[in-house]
Design a protein around this ligand. Structure first.
Ligand SMILES: [Fe+2]
Length: 280
């Protein structure tokens, strides 16, 4: 039977897997993995996943099928992905609302889309195509970006909602990305959250980011979660209810105890904001 994803989760990353799997901390309720790390991999990765599955329910977060790219999906990749997701019994899979490839060239980066009607059409069609191919609910994740948008495009939140509505899709709401973009491009992050239909949100990401000397904020997933992102999470959970929250830490990974301290802070916010009676 599929185990439910709720409360606070942590991304299973190679650098922290050994200690995490040995200690099995009760405050971590579920894990998120990148399927690209496990497809056709074997070895230590397969062993990690087998151990993780014994103790935690798992959701998957893709890195390579960017929803805004105009390229067709590789049917070999989608077939393997479908098999893995079925094996893991994930309740949903997620992918980024971004551009990742053109003319068979992969950028290995999550590049921003223009917030236009045409881009919303491409992304929504592609989302439906991937959802059909994996035969499972698919959530899009709002991305961070560093290039300003054309003045005749939509605002970012309106663009995200447009894709969600056209594809009748779910949202992985990354509040750190909303915050980073709001500071880099001078908009109100709470006004962004207010535009998101609560019933679409299945999962939240939080993370830390790097602040350059010139003030530009870079979505590194390599710093502790800052107070402003915790505050935006609290605002978001009050608005949309008890949605599972994942702590993303991909770079500059600290000792597990430091991450567990952030997990405890997230639990406190989660409980305060939602009144949920999780034991933690
Ligand atoms: Fe994220």
């Amino acid at each position: 039977m599929t185990r439910s994803i709720d409360g606070i989760g942590l991304g299973l990353r190679y650098d922290l897997a050994t200690e995490l799997l040995e200690r099995n901390p009760a405050s971590v309720s579920w894990l998120e993995i990148h399927p690209e790390n496990y497809l056709n991999r074997g070895g230590r990765y397969e062993e990690m996943l087998d151990l993780a599955r014994q103790d935690w329910p798992i959701v998957t977060h893709g890195l390579s099928a960017c929803l805004g790219s105009p390229e067709p999906f590789d049917p070999g990749y989608t077939a393997e992905l479908r098999e893995l997701l079925s094996d893991l019994e994930v309740p949903w899979h997620s992918e980024h609302l971004c551009l990742g490839a053109v003319d068979d060239r992969f950028f290995h980066d999550l590049l921003p889309l223009p917030f236009t009607d045409e881009a919303a059409g491409i992304a929504s069609r592609r989302l439906i195509e991937l959802r059909d191919a994996i035969d499972r609910p698919l959530a899009l994740e709002n991305a961070s970006y560093y290039a300003s948008q054309r003045a005749d495009g939509l605002e970012e939140a309106d663009f995200v909602v447009e894709v969600l509505e056209r594809a009748d899709a779910k949202l992985l709401l990354d509040v750190n990305n909303v915050y980073v973009n709001s500071r880099n491009f001078d908009f109100d992050p709470k006004a962004y959250i207010d535009k998101i239909p609560a019933h679409r949100v299945v999962q939240i990401h939080v993370a830390g980011h790097f602040v350059r000397d010139d003030g530009l904020r870079i979505d590194t997933h390599g710093e502790p979660v800052p107070d402003d992102v915790y505050a935006l999470l609290a605002y978001t959970l009050k608005k949309i209810g008890p949605v599972p929250v994942l702590l993303e830490r991909d770079n500059n990974v600290p000792p597990l105890d430091e991450l567990l301290g952030e997990i405890d802070e997230l639990w406190a916010i989660y409980r305060r904001a939602t009144g949920a009676l999780h034991a933690g």
